[in-house]
Design a protein. Structure first.
Length: 313
């Protein structure tokens, strides 16, 4: 199993755990603390990956507060009623409920880069199901304010600099019609996506990286996968290095139109044979011998061995 940290530092101010109640928001920054960094469980740098990784994409309006939940002295959640006007991906009722951290009654309980919704505001949201007809999202990349049919990423709504949108997700008055067309174009293509673009391992450590193969309206057939290494200097294909074993599960499958298929890339290293350094790995797919593509991840092998860490007192 991957060792995520060698040294654990516990902050004195506050420790929050909200993964069991809402979308996983790890160590959220509180408005009244003014310290630390927001660390979301997920993150995206482009619209294609965000669209692929989001089960539900909707446009609509915040109607009213349904209820506020107090988990402890400092941790609150608010459930908002959201009227769904347009569904860009997935299926949703005409009205759904959306979780958000904080409560309007106590502004200091909110998150700096994810301010509480305002009643009457219109949003474009990338959501995941929390419970029936109740949804949550993973940070500011997943919410966009709609005003006069223009799209604004949350950094253009905030009055602080706590959130800087990725360049390809930075919208400041972008046409809503064009945004919707871009989403439709993405959904009409085949996407191969992983939330793990870079992973760091000790020598002898193992990792499992999640992948998604999303088909469009016309793709159907048998899919074969293969894995190779790419030379970082000239892009030439290379055999996988000694001391590293790569396996994607399943290695083959049959896909149907408009479906998402989840796969796991298993990375195993041998601490005696693996050489420390950076390795570029291509995971390639071939659908029916006609449609091909790939996704690349970087595997960084540390100089330390896993057994050295385990032997420490």
């Amino acid at each position: 199993m991957k060792v995520s940290s060698l040294i654990l530092t516990i902050p004195i101010l506050l420790v929050l755990s909200i993964t069991s109640t809402a979308c996983a928001q790890t160590n959220p920054k509180l408005v009244n603390s003014g310290k630390g960094d927001v660390s979301w469980a997920k993150g995206w740098t482009n619209l294609s990956d965000l669209v692929t990784d989001s089960p539900l994409i909707v446009i609509g309006e915040i109607v009213k507060v349904k209820e506020t939940i107090q988990q402890n002295e400092r941790l609150y959640f608010t459930k908002f009623f959201f009227r769904v006007d347009t569904v860009l991906k997935g299926q949703a009722a005409n009205q759904i409920v959306i979780y958000q951290t904080g409560t309007p009654d106590k502004p200091e309980t909110g998150i700096m880069d994810d301010p509480l919704f305002k009643i009457g505001d219109k949003y474009l949201l990338f959501l995941e199901s929390n419970e029936p007809d109740t949804y949550c999202y993973y940070g500011p990349e997943c919410r966009y304010l709609i005003a006069t049919d223009k799209v604004y990423s949350i950094n253009h709504v905030l009055d602080n600099t706590q959130y800087i949108a990725p360049r390809t997700l930075d919208y400041n008055g972008f046409s809503l019609a064009m945004f919707n067309a871009n989403v439709k174009e993405i959904l009409n293509s085949v996407r191969f996506y992983s939330s793990t673009n870079v992973t760091r391992l000790l020598r002898g450590e193992a990792e499992k990286a999640s992948f998604v193969l999303a088909t469009n309206y016309s793709v159907e057939g048998k899919v074969l996968f293969n894995i190779n290494r790419v030379d970082s200097k000239n892009g030439y294909l290379m055999p996988v290095t000694d001391g590293m074993t790569l396996n994607i599960v399943p290695n083959e499958l049959y896909v149907h139109p408009n479906n998402d298929y989840h796969l796991i890339l298993e990375i195993q290293t041998d601490e005696q044979n693996i050489v420390s350094g950076e390795y570029l790995i291509n995971v390639n797919y071939n659908i029916g011998g006609t449609i091909t593509g790939s996704h690349q991840i970087k595997v960084i092998i540390d100089t330390l061995k896993l057994s050295d860490i385990k032997m420490r007192p």
